[in-house]
Design a protein around this ligand. Structure first.
Ligand code: PEP
Ligand code: MN
Length: 278
């Protein structure tokens, strides 16, 4: 019974559910099973050409899920805010052409139906991890939710946020570590990779790692991705852009397609060494 559980998060805890949860995305893509899933694409959708170019290379190297923001949570109100519905349409079209599933961010309660029509996975960004009303509404839809860790959130708070979704009826939650704020200035955020094995102990939910927003710099992405896979992450969410200097958002941290492909070769070797598939 729920009240006898030791942990405050009653649904996300390993105590409540011993087996690993495997989240099914369409086309038999599974997150949290033997296979590691790679979600790759630009920070934001700028145009069809960039998304299509990126998707082709990523797919060829083994990514089955295409990422891209249509609604962007920008620090400055003067920065590009995303193409909105037009961005969703571009993602959907490229996803169809390349046979990739789509993940994109949901920012606002009012856009849930719209975004759910286009996306296979709805992403809750770091800034919305404790937007409880948004989480409750996402608990009422039947699409998987990727819940990023709040940049200042403790693991307990993160798992309680997952319970906001799950207790409203949606068990398909994927956690994503994306780095936390610390005193360190050499990197954008501190990638707290310890959360991967910690989550595996405390929870049955799948956990993936976003190296892009953690380190904020392309050269550090491959080593962190390799470490993430080695320590048990179920997948990776990474920003790739064919012409980073022309990106509207996060160009400074985008991996070039050729470097993404090289990294994927190395990741496959690690996956094999720990008995997982990619
Ligand atoms: C993103 O994935 O583009 C994003 C905005 O990430 P985060 O919420 O981790 O900053
Ligand atoms: Mn970004």
């Amino acid at each position: 019974m729920a009240h006898s559980l030791r942990y405050p998060y009653k649904l996300a805890s390993r105590e409540a559910h011993k087996e690993n949860t495997v989240v099914n995305i369409r086309d038999n893509i599974k997150i949290g099973g033997e296979e590691i899933q790679i979600m790759a694409g630009p920070c934001t959708v700028e145009n069809y050409e960039f998304v299509s170019k990126t998707a082709k290379v990523c797919k060829k190297s083994g990514a089955k899920i295409l990422r891209g923001g249509a609604f962007k949570p920008r620090t400055s109100p003067y920065s590009f805010q995303g193409l909105g519905k037009e961005g969703l349409e571009i993602l959907k079209q490229v996803g169809k052409e390349e046979k990739m599933a789509i993940i994109t961010e949901i920012l606002d309660l009012r856009d849930i139906n719209l975004v759910a029509k286009y996306a296979d996975i709805l992403q809750v960004g770091t800034r919305n991890m404790q937007n409880f009303k948004l989480l409750e509404e996402l608990g009422k839809i039947d699409k998987p939710i990727l819940l990023k860790r709040g940049m200042s959130a403790r693991i307990e708070e993160w798992l309680l946020a997952a319970d906001y979704i799950m207790s409203n009826g949606n068990p398909n939650v994927i956690l994503c570590e994306r780095g936390i704020r610390t005193f360190e200035r050499e990197i954008k955020n501190t990638l707290a990779l310890t959360s991967v094995p910690i989550i595996k102990e405390l929870s049955h939910l799948p956990i993936i790692v976003d190296p892009s927003h953690s380190v904020g710099k392309p050269s550090l992405i491959p080593p962190m991705v390799k470490a993430a896979i080695a320590c048990g992450a179920d997948g990776i969410l990474v920003e790739v852009h064919p012409e980073p200097e022309k990106a509207f958002c996060d160009g400074e941290q985008a991996l070039l397609p050729k470097n993404f492909s090289k990294m994927m070769g190395e990741v496959k070797t690690i996956a094999k060494a720990i008995g997982r598939k990619l």
